[in-house]
Ligand binder design. Structure first.
Ligand SMILES: CC(C)(COP(=O)(O)OP(=O)(O)OC[C@H]1O[C@@H](n2cnc3c(N)ncnc32)[C@H](O)[C@@H]1OP(=O)(O)O)[C@@H](O)C(=O)NCCC(=O)NCCS
Length: 350
């Protein structure tokens, strides 16, 4: 006789119940950036839209920032940490390969024994996390799931390089996903293109760093030691124009797929919150999607820079704070970056 298995009972819908943000205090303006690279405030503003970005001090960790954003999101959602059944943390800058930042965060929030894991999907990490949390809640696996996008990119940039470092900032944004009577999160469009794996990438590995230090120790050579520190500590680089073209040509199509999958049109949106990579990419996507005038666009990049996994929740949090009337309306969000990877969905704003 076949023994029947229990499976969790699926719930009708899911929604974003609350948002939170953490912005480190230290502000780095373009003048400071230009002490390190051959550039100008005018060039950076014109080509990227960025005026300032924020950086966390040495003693503030990825988990510290995540906790700040998560506590606000819990309060906004009206639930406590011990009600969480899942903690998903999207980041590429947690300095431990293991254990996960999510397990530490869950413990700090009193969420133990919630399922806890990190996602490495760079600037698409938050949208990947929302897709995962939606599936966990909708399937009946977890009642409430916390999703955090957090980065301390300042630990992995070389101030003197000119392809990406001037764009990047630190911060954290968080969302609580829970059950809903009506659908509040559309099907997620998630994808990758590993053919362009090197377009945005670290320029070294920790193994290279270890070997370079070992060589320096062996030779007792000061130049080797400096080389190990400067050349082999992994920092980000990008082929800017390649990423720019990919973002402009391919990501508007993905955003349109997300609208189609949601069964709505651009007319139905109240907000568009794309990854904050470059103001020119944001403007081009708005044009290609033919967004109507009434759709408010997240433009947090001006004083947050590109905060990778944190950029969408930070921009959405700010848009809602400054325009509370958007609450209850539909927002299209899309993240894209190193991998290359992308993720998009429509959510009902809390
Ligand atoms: C990085 C980025 C801002 C560079 O802008 P761009 O317009 O593509 O610039 P290019 O690399 O084509 O270079 C154009 C000129 O600006 C110069 N330039 C490049 N970077 C510069 C900088 N930081 N400051 C000043 N000048 C710079 C180049 O030397 C070049 O000069 P030239 O015309 O005399 O040869 C842009 O490519 C970008 O935003 N890319 C995508 C970013 C992104 O989404 N990254 C993914 C992470 S999610």
């Amino acid at each position: 006789m076949t023994v029947a298995l229990n499976q969790p009972t699926a719930v009708a819908g899911t929604r974003v119940m609350g948002l939170g943000a953490y912005r480190p205090e230290l502000v780095i303006d373009n003048e400071q950036i230009c002490q390190w690279i051959d550039s100008s405030d005018e060039w950076i503003q014109k080509r990227t839209g960025i005026k300032t970005r924020r950086r966390a001090p040495r003693d503030v960790s990825v988990v510290d920032m995540a906790e700040g954003a998560a506590r606000e999101a819990l309060e906004h959602a009206g639930i406590s940490g011990d009600q969480l059944g899942g903690v998903i943390l999207a980041t590429v800058t947690h300095p431990y390969a293991t254990p996960s930042a999510a397990a530490d965060l869950a413990h700090r929030l009193g969420a133990t024994p919630a399922a806890a894991f990190d996602i490495s999907a760079a600037c698409a990490g938050y949208c990947y996390g929302i897709g995962q949390a939606d599936a966990m809640v909708r399937s009946g696996l977890s009642s409430y799931v916390l999703v955090v996008g957090v980065e301390k990119l300042s630990d992995f940039i070389d101030n003197h390089e000119r392809t990406i470092s001037f764009l990047l900032g630190d911060g954290a944004g968080a969302a609580i996903i829970g059950p809903a009577e009506a659908p509040g999160i559309s099907p997620s469009i998630l994808g990758s293109n590993g053919e362009k794996w090197e377009a945005v990438a670290m320029d070294s590995t920790l193994l290279n760093f270890r070997d370079a230090l070992a060589r320096a120790r062996e030779t007792q050579d000061a130049t080797e030691l400096l080389d190990a520190e400067n050349r082999y500590w992994p920092t980000l680089r990008q082929d800017g124009p390649t990423v720019f073209r990919w973002a402009v040509w391919e990501m508007a199509k993905v955003a349109q797929q997300a609208l189609d999958a949601a069964g709505i049109t651009a007319e139905d949106l109240v907000a568009f919150v794309p990854h904050q990579a470059n103001m020119r990419i944001i403007d081009e996507m708005v044009k290609q999607l033919k967004l109507p005038e009434h759709v408010m666009v997240g433009r947090d990049i001006v004083d947050a820079g590109n905060t990778s996994a944190a950029s969408i929740p930070l921009a959405m949090h700010r848009l809602l704070k400054e325009n509370p009337e958007l609450s209850g309306g539909l927002a299209l969000q899309i993240g894209f970056g190193a991998g290359l990877v992308y993720g998009a969905q429509v959510i009902r704003l809390p």
